[in-house]
Design a protein around this ligand. Sequence first.
Ligand code: ADP
Ligand code: MG
Length: 667
Amino acid sequence: MEGDANVTQLGGVGTKTAKSLEKLNIFTVEDLLFHLPAYYKDLRKTVPLAHIENKEDTAAVIRASVTTPPRWIKRMGKFSVFTFEVADGTGVLDINLFNLPFLFGKYKPGQSFLFFGKIKLFRERPQMDNPEIFPVEKPPGILAYYPLTAGITQRKMRLMMKNALAALEEQPAYSSAFCRTVPIQTDKTDFRMLHLPADEEEPLTARKSLVWKELLLFNRMIDLSGHDKKEREPLPIPENAVEAYIGKLPFTCTGAQLRSIQEIARDLSRPFPANRLVQGDVGSGKTAVALFAAFAVSLLGAQSIIMAPTELLAEQHFAFAQEIFGPGAALLTGSTGKKERGYIAAGLADGSIQVLISTHAVLYAPYPFKNLQVLIIDEQHRFGVLQRSLLVRKNPTVHSIILSATPIPRSLAIVLYGKADISILDEMPPGRLPVKTFLVGPNKRPDMYDWIFAQVRKGEKAYIICPLLEPSEGLPYLSVTELYAELSARFKDTPMEVLHGKLPSKTKQGIIQRFRSGETPVLISTTVVEVGVDVSDATIVAVENADAFGLSQLHQIRGRVGRGKKESYCYFLTNGSSLERLKILKDCSDGFEIAKKDLQFRGAGEFFGTRQHGETTFRVADIVQDADIFLQVRTNIDQMQQKFPRDYRLLTALARENAKKGRYLSV
Ligand code: ADP
Ligand code: MG
């Protein structure tokens, strides 16, 4: 079976399961295999029953033999429970199996099994409900745990992975000679090590190999889409354009903003297309800098595109652009209606629309512009390199500006963006108080929520972030759904809503609008708020299971508050497992500094986190964490062309095929 076969081709995956998998953005066998474990549990050690002291909620692997034949406790329609006793020579345990009637005949006295589950006490007797049961000769080893959605259990997910692995055909692979020079193995080996690791090293080995392959591919795709610096007519930007623009802004520019605006003014007046990267931490005011380019060319009757990574951000940029351009600004997203699109097409053609704010919808829109001169890509966490290439290819002399909040060093930026000029916004708008940051342990959690909701009753607004959208059994992380249930039961009088990336854009917009107006002062959200919700008077953010996130990501989340003049508060809830790491955030508010530290601290087991498909550019790679691989890959491609021409041809073919599929373009 090929990777792009539909998941329903796998044994045991029916239309119902496929529907559930869609919620995790899994459509093909390959999507499934790239659904990375969030967590591994090492089940190689069994524990004697007598050694389990606290029998409340302890998860363990018990090796024991069946001592009583199974008997039914209840059997009514779809509902059933049967039970049997097992013993390991140090103690006894009752095994209860709910709704698994077909397993009734499987357990006979005298047979031994491995039982993995939580042990609890019921009428003084230790019990396990629906443990995972393994034959003694097939011990579970290291188990992978995945982010889930309703209708899919860990057991089911693992079974599907096993089937997918078995069915996956070996693809044409890099030569073993090439693989000896780089840490690359075949896909099949990588996925096996990732999903069914034999030891704790294998997931790391597999990850490295997948990152290498992904970054080789990405690099080659950039090469193929590359464009030469063309000559073009310089634009006669009026002398007073900068002055006129800053006069229109509702605030005074920072020194860094002014410097960057002047750099852009010079770019536009040159006889070749600009390729500028504006880098700045969350809240440093990149939007106002970029919009200058649009303003300056509008004075000459020319047009600009601003491309945002999410509809939410596009809408926010649109609101800002309207203040400057009035009816000369238009918004085009996936949810723009047919009639509206008609007006936009007409406005772009006759030049009455000066700035088009869009999501990637614009990549595929066939609308001709009267006179397009500037392309702005706000990429936040993603890498809009290929998006830019695609648009630049259609308009080869257009000036392009990329806005990035990812703190990457200059050397890496140049590999990633080509010969880009870089402006750095290293100064925050004035009047911002640093966000007061606290680390909160489990015993202080109730007090923290009491305090937060007391503040909310006084008129403050709070974001509460969870690593998961839906409960995923076995993962030690809280989901938005669970937290909403908990908090809405506990604080009945406070309106709160749930926000996540999978809601339709209109719904999201409504939720943000109600949050902004104060009608719903509490938002319980996944990390979608990290990519750019801008509500300047929100003052509180709390992050559940902060241990599950990277430092840079937490820093971005924290950046959602402290945007106004009021004192803001940030709470990172931690079980203590990454206290050292989190303490860095408490003392530091410099995104570049934090990114550096993030690298030093991230260890095994935290590699995959809980990221969901479609939330980042890469499926496996992380540009901050894997910066060194990225740099090595670049030099390797050049050597590859010389020394391994067959591998180079394979890479090129893969790059072409992926470009055709639009990989790394969807935002
Ligand atoms: P980012 O760099 O994260 O994209 P934004 O451009 O969204 O930052 O700006 C963050 C907020 O700060 C916005 O509400 C914006 O209006 C405001 N802002 C930007 N520059 C200034 C400034 N010089 N003074 C005051 N507020 C500013
Ligand atoms: Mg921004």
